[in-house]
Write a protein that binds this ligand. Structure first.
Ligand code: PGA
Length: 241
């Protein structure tokens, strides 16, 4: 596990964007695993700026997002579909048919999860997976639990996650209680992983994630067994290391 500590959020975002852009330059038809949340917003802004300066071309890239609330229609302003189009996809040249996000509504959600997993395998797996981390150590919506799912699945959100994410909704009761998420195996199969974290509220989860122990109480701690993970942190998120 490599750890890069940057002085602030902007520097963290630039470093992450450089790694993503380098991946796309090295392999123009690469498969990117993408994340939502406040953390990667700066990285997406940087990538859009690079695209506008003709420094990176996304026309052959395929993307797979980590997760989506369930049930929530794609056009809901708090859906991760909506987030990704607003904050990245509508500003760059990745073709729509190369974008994949778990369905927030499906007639048969279990089948949709299996198909998502198959679609990732069919393109040869994820080359670079971008992750944030929850205050409780979750990655994607793999919440702390006794047992962790390996593959893409429908999961219940913890009360803590519902509370933390309620800041984007008009009330706590509006926050979906479930989500479809890549599993721990889906994430760990990515050839390279970058995890971004900023701010003091992430410091404890980051400390546990690099502790030398793996525990399902901190799902991010499993990243320690992966051969190519880079943590990109600001000083506050790194403050307990
Ligand atoms: P955040 O969420 O980027 O909004 O802090 C990260 C996460 O919950 O994984």
């Amino acid at each position: 596990m490599r750890i890069i500590v940057e002085s602030n959020y902007d520097e963290m975002s630039k470093t992450a964007a450089r790694i993503v852009a380098d991946q796309v330059k090295r392999k123009p038809d690469c498969v990117l695993g993408l994340a939502t949340g406040s953390t990667p917003l700066g990285m997406y802004r940087e990538l859009i700026a690079m695209y506008q300066r003709n420094e990176v071309d996304f026309s052959r890239v395929k993307t797979f997002n980590l997760d989506e609330y369930y049930p929530l229609p794609a056009d809901h302003p708090q859906s991760y579909h909506y987030f990704m189009y607003q904050n990245l996809f509508k500003h760059i040249n990745v073709p729509r048919e190369q974008i994949h996000i778990p369905q927030g509504i499906a007639a048969d959600v279990e089948k949709a999860c299996q198909e998502y997993e198959k679609a990732i395998n069919a393109v040869g797996g994820i080359d670079l997976q971008v992750l944030g981390i929850g205050e409780n150590g979750h990655i994607g919506f793999n919440e702390p639990a006794e047992r962790m799912h390996v593959a893409t699945h429908l999961t219940d959100l913890t009360e803590e996650t519902v509370r933390v994410n309620s800041r984007f909704f008009s009330s706590l009761s509006e926050v979906p209680r479930q989500a479809v998420t890549m599993g721990m195996g889906t994430i760990l199969k990515a050839r390279r992983i970058i995890l971004l974290a900023n701010g003091p509220r992430k410091a404890q989860a980051i400390k546990e994630a690099v502790s030398g122990y793996i525990t399902s109480k901190c799902p991010a701690s499993f990243l320690q067994v992966h051969p190519d993970v880079i943590l990109i942190l600001d000083r506050e998120a790194a403050s307990l290391l």
